[in-house]
Ligand binder design. Structure first.
Ligand SMILES: NC(=O)c1ccc[n+]([C@@H]2O[C@H](COP(=O)([O-])OP(=O)(O)OC[C@H]3O[C@@H](n4cnc5c(N)ncnc54)[C@H](OP(=O)(O)O)[C@@H]3O)[C@@H](O)[C@H]2O)c1
Length: 254
């Protein structure tokens, strides 16, 4: 077990990548606090992890609200005694022509995908600074933090901000024994991507053709890196971005 005796808080744990990370962390021996806005899904997942022999609890929160994130960190520490791993995963997608993107959609994307990650880093960082063992923060960015895509000004800008925020905080908090890294996935088959496929915003054939490995990613493709970065095996790794996109970002052809 690579995360034995560690305590992790995962935002956006009700679905998709966050849910996959929570289940895998629990199997690797971590105690997990599941966080999102949907009580029913978190309750179900918490019970499933417990029935599989893991340790889990959940809290309802909105990453757009700094006091909600602080409360989630406080609850994790009150319930499980410490916070070793913070995964800032909660996010929304936004694909819309930039010339008509509403202020509301711009603000919602920024507040969720960028500001929410900062509030998560800040609250987790403050707690980790009080712990002799420090801690580790993993931010879920995107290949679209470094690759530009049309109609995604808000999304790409927010994820580029997450990449830089991660580097800045890794530099600022390195001597406090806090490691920060990003995971930057390409297209992963989750509800978020399925919704875009259903709306016709994404075409699976075109995505597969554009990806050197010829397929979309699965949630399972993200989990190895999420475990590795959180584990003691990554003890000298901070300020990095690990991309898992089937070669999309490397591909300058088609
Ligand atoms: N799937 C991909 O292809 C892909 C690629 C690159 C990066 N990513 C990134 O990976 C992360 C997870 O994406 P996903 O594909 O797993 O998405 P998803 O299936 O739509 O799940 C999103 C999660 O975020 C939570 N969430 C959204 N807004 C929230 C808020 N304001 N407060 C708290 N929780 C909130 C949702 O929970 P509730 O609705 O229960 O609140 C849900 O658990 C995102 O940051 C996304 O940008 C995904």
């Amino acid at each position: 077990m690579k995360l034995k005796d560690k305590v992790a808080l995962i935002t956006g744990a009700s679905k998709g990548i966050g849910k996959g990370i929570a289940e895998r962390y629990a199997r690797e021996g971590a105690t997990v606090m599941l966080a999102s806005r949907t009580e029913k899904l978190l309750d179900e997942l918490s019970r499933k992890i417990q029935s599989d022999g893991g340790k889990a609890d959940f809290c309802i929160m909105d990453v757009k609200k700094p006091d909600n994130i602080q409360a989630a960190v406080d609850r994790t520490v009150a319930t499980f005694g410490k916070l070793d791993i913070m995964v800032n995963n909660a996010g929304v997608s936004m694909a819309h022509p930039s010339e008509t993107l509403s202020a509301e959609n711009w603000v919602n994307t920024m507040e969720t995908d960028l500001f929410g990650v900062f509030y998560g880093c800040q609250s987790a960082g403050r707690q980790m600074m009080t712990q002799p063992q420090g801690g580790c923060i993993i931010n879920i960015s995107s290949m679209y933090g470094s690759v530009a895509a049309p109609m995604r000004t808000a999304y790409c800008t927010s994820k580029a901000g997450v990449d830089m925020m991660t580097r800045v905080l890794a530099v600022e908090w390195g001597d406090r024994n806090i490691r920060l890294n990003c995971i930057a996935p390409g297209y992963i088959k989750t509800e978020l991507v399925q919704n875009l496929i259903d709306k016709g915003t994404l075409q699976v054939d075109a995505l597969e053709k554009r990806t050197p490995q010829g397929r979309l990613g699965e949630v399972s493709d993200v989990l190895g890196s999420a475990v590795f970065l959180a584990s003691d095996e990554a003890s000298f790794i901070t300020g990095t971005i690990i991309t898992m996109d089937g070669g999309w970002s490397a591909n300058g052809y088609l």
